[in-house]
Design a protein around this ligand. Structure first.
Ligand code: G3P
Length: 218
């Protein structure tokens, strides 16, 4: 399973990359705004800075919602770096654009996915990645992990090549469950990735080992 980090914060991206387990980055307009990135030039430079840190691919989301504008914005984003994957919302115009990008060899990440029907549509359009939002479904009392399970099953039935990129991951159990269910990728905040390190028995055991070593080597 690939690990992507879901942030536009360069320090966090660098920290995850330095851990040696990072396969890519996803961003969205809210995450870019959170970092105070606005204006075409600044946005472009920021995506380039992210691409320069990581080896894997970087999802950059379009703001446009009209087919022609999505295509034009997506092409501009794709020109920034070979690592860019154009993130497109799950709307009618978005599906048409994903089909177009697919025929042009431009990789896409279909975002804001909340149902299996939407997942089928995106795969048929040729999306490279599909982003079902687990946490936001949980927020409205619908089990987001059930959707991951359903989509993985459907994609296996038909051999769709679209990778299931589980998004809106809020905690380590979401991540571990996604691994059990066969999601291809998880994208999550840094704290979820580093949270995988934690276990009290590891801390206790290490303290004991170091203490025993110190006693034997005064
Ligand atoms: O980037 C899309 C998704 O991961 C957003 O997550 O926590 O805002 O629902 P969240």
């Amino acid at each position: 399973m690939k690990f992507f980090i879901d942030t536009a914060n360069l320090t966090e991206i660098k920290e995850a990359y330095d851990l040696g387990v990072l396969d890519g980055v996803t961003t969205n307009p809210s995450l870019m705004a959170k970092e105070g990135i606005s204006g075409k030039e600044k946005v472009r430079n920021h995506y380039k800075a992210i691409c320069d840190i990581v080896d894997g691919n970087v999802s950059a989301e379009v703001i446009a919602t009209d087919f022609d504008e999505i295509v034009s914005e997506g092409k501009e984003l794709a020109k920034i770096d070979d690592k860019i994957v154009v993130k497109v919302p799950m709307i009618k115009e978005g599906i048409k654009a994903i089909k177009y990008f697919s025929s042009e060899g431009i990789r896409t990440n279909c975002t804001l996915v909340f149902s299996a029907g939407q997942a089928i549509l995106a795969a048929k359009a040729g999306a490279s990645y599909l982003s079902p939002f687990i946490g936001r479904l949980d927020d409205i009392s619908i089990d987001g992990l059930d959707l991951i399970s359903q989509i993985v099953h459907i994609y296996q039935n038909y051999g769709y090549e679209t990778e299931v990129l589980a998004a809106s991951i809020r905690h380590t159990m979401h991540l571990v469950k996604c691994a059990e269910l066969g999601a291809d990728v998880v994208t999550c905040p840094l704290k979820v990735i580093t949270g995988l390190l934690n276990h009290p028995l590891t801390d206790k055991g290490l303290a004991q080992f170091l203490s025993d070593h110190a006693k034997a080597n005064p």
